[in-house]
Each structure stands twice: as structure tokens, then as C-alpha cells.
Design a protein around this ligand. Structure first.
Ligand code: FCB
Length: 451
């Protein structure tokens, strides 16, 4: 690519991402229950006060501005807003409204997620996703949220990573509600598509126009054994089910999944056609899929194929996959927002190279015609990483989990430089240092070779 291709246009948005449960603190919901049941990797770990973002939001908006961000992704916590079914807490809605107004006043465009993995404690007991009445519950919640969003020009995300919730919570039983049932997974999937449509109707009724989408976790997939036809078939079917089925339903109106041994569906969802205005995507890594001869017939692992090392959690560093899945989104003909991308890096030293390699892929995809409008780094702050608890550190800012002090990692300066100059320089040119050991191979010598 030429120097010209290393430039972001002036209307491209750089921002940062968070979610309520992971940062706010003081929340009671299905995840808090899950923790008390000892279901995290470390059964004694608790999210507790989070990183106290509920009280420190002003400071955190300032930190976002300091890295050059002009958009801030946050989520509304359903359990705070509707702690008992049908009882909406007006004071909480006002508190969220106040936060969003402050955010906006500080030059940050709000990117607001209605549902980021967590549910009020009553939800799974009364209206779990595999029952049709879950759609009514989400509709009522969206109706309550709508006035909070008025006049903000927010980008709105109905659901964060529904496939992750379905896989973890309904198929593997690893996340709340802890169900492991293929038929319920498929029913829940269809209801979540319907719930998105219901939310759209409610938001439109109050706001008129709304820029609405979902955030889809996308993985690059590869066969675990390149020569094995079953592994290769899984890659094809898995990519359709995991990466595309949801967005396809929101664009075409038809939900199509075919995962032998897990579940299949082919159904037209009323109102789903044309029900999203942008494609929100989150990208982290690549998974190698392997056929196993017993249910659920599929296994996956992350492998260090290129000797770049894995992240602290054990994810493969595979920026090439980012470019690949971005190109796959061209088929939808809609603007694309990267609503999450980031690295869990305790050292803080590999993050600039990670960002550089992924933004390089993003620019190459744009040059190939993918209409990517924005990039939100996950995350502004170190935070509570679900089943992994307080182990992983994704933050541009390091958080001392005892004092809650926020301190910039080297990536802050790098991100700021890119976001403000709009030039994608290599980290060493910005940070005046040698590349971090282990990060060097992330540099893509021939970005097109992997495609
Ligand atoms: C995504 C989640 C987000 C965070 C990152 C690391 O799957 O949406 O909350 O946990 O992974």
C-alpha cells in the first residue's frame, strides 16, 4: 500500500468501548449470581465494585478524550433499569441520560448497547430467551430506554454478540443461564432476532430515526487438520452460523443455520428484513475447528500457527483474519463499524503493534471497498473479563485493581497519535523505541499473502 493508503479520512471515527457490568460496579444481575455459584474460572472471584466507572465516569470520559477518541461505547444495564419485572427505575434512567449528555458535551459520540451479556435476575426464571415471551420482555425494556437516547445522534446496538451468549449460555452451559441444549439454542436464536426487531420498533416510535445495529463477534476460522474434509465442512458451516446468520437475518429477513448435530433452521422472521442500519463487528482471533465423533461434534482451539505467541488468555494473534472477515461483510452493502478490537496484554508492550497491525488490515479492507466507518478499541480500561475475571488486561489504561488508579499504557500515546494525525505510522516511529519483543512478527510483511 502507498503512503496515501495509510491515511484515515477525516470522517473516520476513532473511539473506545466498554460495557456496564465490566466497569460500573455495584450490580446485582445474572452474572453476579453466576459468580456466587462459583462458576468463574476462579470460583472466588467477584466483579464487585468493577472499576467504579459508575462514580468515575467524568474522569473516564476525560481519559477517552486524552487518547483522541471521539466516540464512546457503553451499555445500559437492564438489571439497574428494571430490577423487578415491569418496574422501571426512573432515577436510573435519569442517571444514564445525564451521563450520555456529559459524554456528548465532551465531544464523544455515544455508542449505546442495550444488552451486553447481562440480564436482570428475574429474566431467566420468567422469560428465558428460548421462550417467545422473552421478546416482549426485551420490547418493554427497549421502550423504557428509548427516551434516554433522544437527540443524542447515538449509534445504537440492540444486542452484543448474541452468538457468544447463545453458544456460552445455551449450548455449552458455561455462561448464564447455564443451559446446554441445541433445540433451546435455536429457539433462543430466533427470539433474539425477533427481539432486535421489537427493539427497533420501540426506538423508532419514540426517536423517529435511529441508527441501529448489533455487535457481532466474528472469528476467522480454519480447519484444525487442513486435509480433513469434516474439519473443512465445519469451517464452512460454522462461519455461516457464527459469523453471518444473525446479520443475514437482519438484512434479508431470513434466518438460516445448518449445524448438523446441533441445530438447523430456515425461517423468515417478520420485520427482520432491512432492520439494521450498519454492521457492527467485534474481532479478536482465529479458531481452528475439529470434527469430533460425538455430540456436539465440534471442538475448537486457538493455536500459535505463526510463532507470534498467543495473547495472555491464549488467543492467536491473527490480524490477517480481521481483514478477511471485514471483506466478507461487503456482501451486506451496509456501513461497517468495528465495535470492538483489542488485546489482553499484561505487559502493555504488545498493544501498539497489535493496534497497528489491525488498523493496517482495516485500511486495506477499506481500499478494497469495505465501507468501514469507525474503530472502537476494546477497552478504554482494564476491566472484569467475564469467566476470566480480573486476570486479562485489555485496557489502553492500566487500572490498579486495589486503588482503582488509571495509568496510561504505551498504547495510549500511539492511539492518540493515529486518531489525531489520521496517519497510520508504525509504533516505533511514534514511540521512538525498538519494537516490543514478540510483537515484531505482527507486522504484516505482505498483507495480501494471507487472503
Ligand atoms: C467480547 C465482549 C467484551 C469483552 C471482549 C474481550 O466478546 O463483547 O465484553 O469481554 O470480548
Amino acid at each position: 500500500m502507498s503512503a496515501h493508503d495509510m491515511t484515515f479520512p477525516s470522517d473516520f471515527t476513532f473511539g473506545v468501548a466498554t460495557s456496564a457490568y465490566q466497569v460500573e460496579g455495584g450490580l446485582e444481575n445474572d452474572w453476579a449470581e453466576w459468580e456466587r455459584a462459583g462458576k468463574l474460572k476462579d470460583p472466588h472471584m467477584r466483579c464487585g465494585r468493577g472499576v467504579d466507572h459508575w462514580n468515575r465516569y467524568e474522569e473516564d470520559y476525560g481519559l477517552a478524550r486524552d487518547v483522541g477518541a471521539t466516540a464512546f461505547r457503553m451499555s445500559l444495564e437492564w438489571a439497574r433499569i428494571e430490577p423487578e419485572r415491569g418496574r422501571v427505575d426512573g432515577a436510573v434512567l435519569e442517571a444514564y441520560r445525564e451521563r450520555l449528555l456529559r459524554m456528548k458535551a465532551r465531544g464523544l459520540r455515544p455508542v449505546v448497547t442495550l444488552h451486553h451479556f447481562t440480564h436482570p435476575s428475574w429474566f431467566h426464571r420468567e422469560t428465558p430467551w428460548h421462550l417467545p415471551r422473552s421478546v416482549d420482555a426485551f420490547r418493554a425494556y427497549a421502550r423504557a430506554c428509548a427516551p434516554v437516547l433522544e437527540g443524542l445522534d447515538a449509534l445504537v446496538i440492540s444486542l452484543n454478540e448474541p452468538m457468544v451468549l447463545l453458544l456460552g449460555g445455551y449450548l455449552q452451559g458455561l455462561m448464564p443461564p447455564g443451559i446446554a441444549d441445541g433445540a433451546k439454542t435455536m429457539a433462543a436464536l430466533e427470539n433474539m432476532v425477533r427481539a432486535h426487531v421489537a427493539a427497533r420498533e420501540e426506538l423508532q416510535a419514540v426517536l423517529g430515526r435511529v441508527e441501529l445495529g448489533i455487535s457481532q463477534n466474528m472469528l476467522a476460522f480454519a480447519p484444525d487438520r487442513w486435509w480433513n474434509p469434516m474439519d473443512r465442512a465445519l469451517v464452512r458451516l460454522g462461519a455461516q452460523a457464527y459469523n453471518h446468520a444473525f446479520h443475514e437475518a437482519l438484512v434479508s429477513g431470513r434466518l438460516r443455520v445448518n449445524m448438523p448435530g446441533i441445530g438447523s433452521t430456515r425461517v423468515d422472521v417478520p420485520g427482520a428484513r432491512g432492520s439494521c442500519d450498519f454492521i457492527g463487528m467485534n474481532y479478536y482471533t482465529r479458531a481452528h475447528l475439529r470434527f469430533i465423533p460425538k455430540p456436539p461434534f465440534i471442538d475448537f482451539k486457538f493455536r500459535d500457527v505463526n510463532g507470534r505467541g498467543l495473547t495472555d488468555i491464549g488467543w492467536e494473534l491473527w490480524p490477517e483474519g480481521f481483514g478477511q472477515v471485514l471483506r466478507e461483510l461487503k456482501r451486506y452493502g451496509l456501513p461497517v463499524w468495528v465495535t470492538e478490537n483489542g488485546i489482553d496484554d499484561r505487559s502493555g508492550l504488545r498493544r501498539p503493534d497489535y493496534i497497528h497491525a489491525h488498523l493496517k488490515e482495516l485500511l486495506a479492507a477499506r481500499a478494497d471497498g469495505v465501507d468501514v466507518r469507525g474503530y472502537l478499541y476494546w477497552s478504554l480500561l482494564d476491566n472484569f473479563e467475564w469467566l476470566e475475571g480480573w486476570g486479562p488486561r485489555f485496557g489502553l489504561y492500566h487500572v490498579d485493581f486495589n486503588t482503582l488508579e488509571r495509568r496510561p499504557t504505551p498504547a495510549c500515546r500511539y492511539f492518540r497519535e493515529v486518531a489525531t494525525t489520521r496517519q497510520l505510522l508504525p509504533p516505533e516511529a511514534v514511540l521512538h523505541r525498538a519494537p516490543a519483543p514478540g510483537a515484531e512478527p505482527l507486522r504484516l510483511a505482505q498483507p495480501s499473502a494471507a487472503r
